[in-house]
Design a protein around this ligand. Structure first.
Ligand code: FAD
Length: 468
């Protein structure tokens, strides 16, 4: 059995594990071993459907030390006027270069792909090669870093949560692009970003909207792409942040919070006629939203229980189907929501969201780990913030995120680090301080922040009492 010794054993080479390691070795001389059961870094992006793209700009995704893409604003195509968004293939190529050039190139990191982490035994940690079955034992001098805790379940690697008759045509979005036998119609199952991408792709590839049926058990809130911008377009992000802060400060109750967010355009329902029940941070341009709204055949009868040869059984009814019809499984959650754990625990660091994107959360966790000694203090600065998907949890998410931001502002070194952090959305703000929209937004944020936090605490209590 091979044995290794290291400071940090990072389990998982997705966006979280890669970003954590990148920041950690930039801030310290730590030695790191990374293990992943996939052959390549990049996590779920390696198995993503071919038409996937980031829904946020590439300019704020990836690791801190290396740019993803060229920070260009697209001039043509559906993303015209907004910062470029990498494809899945670009993201995978990017993480491979980060691994080879930044991480392995530093001499501080060793990578073991195609290897399953098994767990600790007798004070040491073990992983096993999926190719040879050989076990490696690792002595960890500082911490094990669990970068798998909020890993992304995706259609290509999950099992659908419903029964399927063997003759029914059920495909993943990955398989959809390879269809050889034409369908007599499509049913897209799920209401998250993957289902939006899939419906958009079908429409863009010539499928008439009348031939698409969309099973959406719960409708989602979405964000506007024009707000989720950075660098030269950062004023619109700051405007968005100030409107959200104002709504948080002034809302009388939970429904009023959403009314205010919707009225100011901070969030937009996918269907203007239907009150959304979920929020997962999906970002759409108005053109994409308008396109998706062309699909009128939306089934809202709960979750699919069973796909049979001639009917789909749902919680609250059945709808007909047939064996030439193609069903697309978009039901994987995209982000796991296990029970929250302290990020800094006695035996390990568990990477979780503090704010979106998860890569930013991993970067600040690594920064805090390398600059602070006390775990209680580290946990104060990096609180876990679960993305449950339930719309009313946006209150809790906003509250935890705002408290964390307020805590960071009190720490001069973190403030300074944030200003130079490539993957914090607010990069560019300090280059545009003379822009009246930034000035106005910063003033409104400063004015409302304290009352927003106090009011969100009250709203969270209200939401808790109404559900208990
Ligand atoms: C289709 C899609 C689009 C998305 N778009 C965006 C976006 O635009 N912006 C955004 O911020 N977020 C987006 N997300 C959210 C996404 O979850 C994060 O961006 C991020 O990629 C998740 O990274 P992760 O490292 O947490 O998880 P993963 O990418 O799932 O990585 C976890 C890794 O751990 C490994 N692993 C697990 N268990 C073990 C074990 N026992 N031994 C060894 N290895 C193990 C897995 O093989 C995997 O490689 C998107 C998610 C999906 C599904």
């Amino acid at each position: 059995m091979e044995t290794l010794e290291t400071d940090y054993l990072v389990v998982g080479a997705g966006a979280s594990g890669m970003t954590f390691t990148d920041t950690l070795i930039g801030e310290s001389d730590a030695d790191v071993v990374i293990v992943d059961r996939r052959a390549n870094p990049g996590g779920h992006w390696n198995d993503a459907y071919p038409f996937v793209r980031l829904h946020q700009p590439s300019a704020v995704y990836g690791v801190n030390s290396r740019r993803l893409g060229n920070d260009e604003i697209d001039e043509v195509g559906p993303n015209a006027g907004f910062y470029e968004r990498a494809t899945g293939a670009e993201i995978c190529g990017y993480y491979r270069r980060v691994l080879d050039q930044e991480l392995l190139g530093s001499g501080q990191v060793r990578f073991f792909g195609t290897s399953n982490y098994i767990g600790p035994e007798g004070g040491r940690h073990r992983f096993e090669s999926r190719l040879t079955g050989e076990t490696t034992e690792v002595t960890v001098r500082r911490r094990v870093v669990d970068a798998t805790y909020v890993e992304s379940p995706i259609p290509a690697t999950h099992t659908p949560p419903f029964d399927v008759d063997p003759d029914v045509r059920l495909v993943t979005p990955n398989e959809l692009v390879d269809l050889t036998d034409p369908a007599d119609g499509f049913t897209v199952i799920g209401a998250g970003k993957t289902s939006m991408d899939t419906c958009g792709w079908l429409l863009n590839n010539g499928v008439p909207s009348a031939e698409i049926r969309w099973i959406r058990p719960r409708d989602p809130w979405t964000h506007q792409r024009r707000h989720m911008q950075t660098l030269e377009l950062v004023p619109s992000l700051m405007e968005w942040a100030s409107l959200r802060m104002e709504a948080a400060a002034k809302a009388e109750d939970v429904p009023d919070f959403f009314r205010r967010l919707e009225a100011s355009g901070v969030v937009v329902p996918l269907d203007p006629e239907i009150e959304p029940e979920t929020w997962r941070g999906a970002i759409l341009s108005q053109d994409e939203r308008d396109d998706l709204r062309r699909i009128r055949n939306v089934i809202r009868q709960g979750y699919v229980q069973c796909l049979e040869a001639d009917r789909i059984v749902l919680d609250d009814g059945t709808v007909p189907t047939d064996l030439q019809h193609v069903h697309v499984d978009c039901t994987a959650h995209g982000v796991k929501t296990p029970p929250v754990r302290p990020v800094f625990g006695p035996d390990r660091i568990t990477l979780q969201y503090t704010i979106i994107p998860v890569s930013f959360s991993a970067a600040i966790t690594a920064y805090v780990e390398s600059t602070r000694d006390d775990d209680a203090e580290k946990n104060r600065l990096c609180p876990p913030n679960p993305l449950t998907g339930d719309a009313e949890d946006l209150i809790q998410y906003t509250l935890i995120g705002q408290r964390a931001r307020a805590a960071w502002r009190e720490e001069p070194d973190i403030e300074d680090w944030l200003q130079h952090c490539r993957i914090g959305f607010v990069q560019g703000v300090h280059d545009h301080l003379d822009d009246p929209r930034i000035q106005d937004a910063l003033e409104r944020i400063a004015e409302c922040q304290k009352s927003a936090i106090a009011n969100l605490e009250r709203l969270r209590e209200l939401a808790e009492t109404s559900t208990s």
